[in-house]
Design a protein around this ligand. Structure first.
Ligand SMILES: Nc1ncnc2c1ncn2[C@@H]1O[C@H](COP(=O)(O)OP(=O)(O)O)[C@@H](O)[C@H]1O
Ligand SMILES: [Mg+2]
Length: 243
């Protein structure tokens, strides 16, 4: 499947500095149950995919990247910042988009919701207004700015959730199954948005077609990194293994 080419946002803005995310001997347990074991890797590539069966630890891995989850053992460093002790700085650099946009939408109207993150970061009012206008325009939500966010369609809600992260201008964005709840048209739209981002991304997905142009794909199995390589290497391996 063809997902379209890079969007306008990528073409007219200078590249952002790269954020390196380093995991050193990372293990995570929920209570007694270890769900991620001994993960050591450094993420520097612009387009990184994460695949694996349900329950293999993908979301736990994704959440470790910006401190939504802190490891029970080992260390996660974002450009040297420890997610355990410097989570505020880490979250400025690495944004997170949840599978279910309702988990992310907290304010009554579209414009208020997008303004929430930069307001929370203590940015000046005029800068917030400018950034909000910019992202609403970019994601086709400009006509909906005063609409109740919960009345948007599923696809619009996911775009709103993405806008609410991008307005904070992180250097890398982690998407946890951003298209799983969407129909084909909205899946394509979100895929195009991701492709057009000047930010680096990590995308957890079951939508393997989305990874075709990616630089690197990680495959998780039972809480372990089972494969790590180009999509051409890892995706057919994963498909064959789960056939
Ligand atoms: N908050 C939690 N408390 C307890 N167990 C959890 C929690 N979150 C996830 N798990 C368990 O950890 C394992 C890995 O989950 P997860 O990282 O969500 O995997 P995936 O995203 O690949 O489905 C699963 O067995 C899941 O049930
Ligand atoms: Mg998950």
């Amino acid at each position: 499947m063809h997902w379209g080419r890079r969007g306008a946002a990528a073409a007219d803005a200078p590249p952002l500095p790269r954020t390196a995310v380093e995991l050193r001997d990372v293990t995570h347990a929920y209570g007694e149950r270890t769900v991620l074991s001994d993960v050591t890797l450094t993420l520097t590539e612009s387009r990184i995919g994460v695949i694996g069966a349900n329950g293999s630890g993908k979301s736990t891995f994704a959440r470790l990247l910006n401190g939504l989850v802190v490891p029970t053992a080992g260390t996660v460093l974002v450009d040297g910042l420890d997610t355990r002790t410097q989570v505020r700085e880490v979250r400025r650099q690495v944004g997170f988009v949840f599978q279910d946009p309702d988990a992310q939408i907290v304010h009554p109207t579209v414009a208020e919701d997008v303004a929430f993150g930069p307001t929370n970061q203590g940015r000046p009012a005029d800068e917030i207004a400018r950034r909000v206008d910019e992202v609403l325009d970019r994601y086709g939500l400009d006509g909906h700015r005063d609409h109740p966010a919960h009345l948007l369609s599923g696809g619009q809600k996911q775009l709103l959730a993405i806008a609410g992260v991008l307005v904070m201008e992180p250097q890398r964005v982690v998407f946890d199954e951003p298209t799983t709840l969407l129909d084909l048209v909205n899946t394509r739209r979100v895929a195009q948005v991701i492709e057009g981002l000047r930010q680096d991304v990590v995308v957890v997905t079951h939508h393997l077609d989305l990874l075709a142009g990616f630089d690197r794909v990680l495959v998780f199995e039972d809480g372990r990194l089972a494969a790590d390589g180009s999509p051409a290497e890892t995706v057919p391996w994963y498909v064959a293994r789960n056939a």
